[in-house]
Ligand binder design. Sequence first.
Ligand SMILES: NC(=O)c1ccc[n+]([C@@H]2O[C@H](COP(=O)([O-])OP(=O)(O)OC[C@H]3O[C@@H](n4cnc5c(N)ncnc54)[C@H](OP(=O)(O)O)[C@@H]3O)[C@@H](O)[C@H]2O)c1
Length: 294
Amino acid sequence: MTAMRVGFIGLGRMGTGMAANLVKAGHQVTVYNRSPDKAAALTELGATVARTVAEACGGEAVVTMLADDHALESVVFGDGGILSSLPPGALHVSCSTVSVALSRRLTQAHTGRGQQFVAAPVFGRPDAAAAAKLFVVAGGAEDAIERSRPLFDAMGQRTFVMSNQPEAANLVKLSGNFLIAAVIESLGEAMALVGKGGVDPHAYLDMLTSTLFSAPVYRTYGDLIANRRFEPAGFAAPLGYKDISLGLAAGGDLRVPLPLASLLRDRFLTLLASGGETLDWSAIGQLAARDAGE
Ligand SMILES: NC(=O)c1ccc[n+]([C@@H]2O[C@H](COP(=O)([O-])OP(=O)(O)OC[C@H]3O[C@@H](n4cnc5c(N)ncnc54)[C@H](OP(=O)(O)O)[C@@H]3O)[C@@H](O)[C@H]2O)c1
């Protein structure tokens, strides 16, 4: 393993575990978070804490794991941001789920500064991030992807290279979250139906996941819906709304109608409008039961 000097920006639910795994793998990690308190636990593992974004940009690479387009834009393009602080030749690995349009803009901006940009959004919730079991979906120039490999290997269980265009990785990630949300909605409807008909949800899920629906997505989200366990959020509902909206925006740009995604966007709006801001995104799976008076 090649040890790298790497900055890590964004110590939220996902970033905390990912940064810790970079340290544990032997990389020299400097962490930065907007709210500084979240960095403290990582110093015990051996990370250095940066007081500014610029201080986290002194190495060969910087990884970002921020909430959304707005957060990533401000950290990259703001005063003392990544773009003006990262040395020429260094790498920005963006793991956040952001828009295709922003990924394209970042590719151009970093190239203009002689820096490299890789989009590497991930599948897996905070428990997978903490266990280094994420699936990394990567896009970028071949040599930039190769340089990023030691980082991917420390944070995930497998990396899928989608394209030499970073934005393609973001498109794939958005399509994946659309599919997960569709599963959550359809599971919620099916479980509302059998539940109101008197079937035990756990017995129902056991049957489903032992037969035709044995994929992890049915197990994970079926369990959350059956137990009505939407707090604390692993993936917060506003971020789910963001991802469906970004998928629809990409569909608009590419002239691809996504009627089911439009429906899901409204499901998220219903959830957010009715007190769901702090819940896990799987709480849309409870709306069907609510509509059924359960
Ligand atoms: N949670 C999941 O299951 C999951 C799975 C795969 C991908 N993702 C994606 O991973 C990304 C992070 O998700 P998360 O669940 O870790 O989110 P989170 O817990 O809400 O953390 C968000 C991070 O972004 C920072 N941030 C937000 N707005 C900012 C701003 N304007 N300027 C600077 N920093 C800002 C936060 O800093 P503060 O601490 O100061 O608020 C925090 O470090 C998102 O793009 C999400 O869609 C999440």
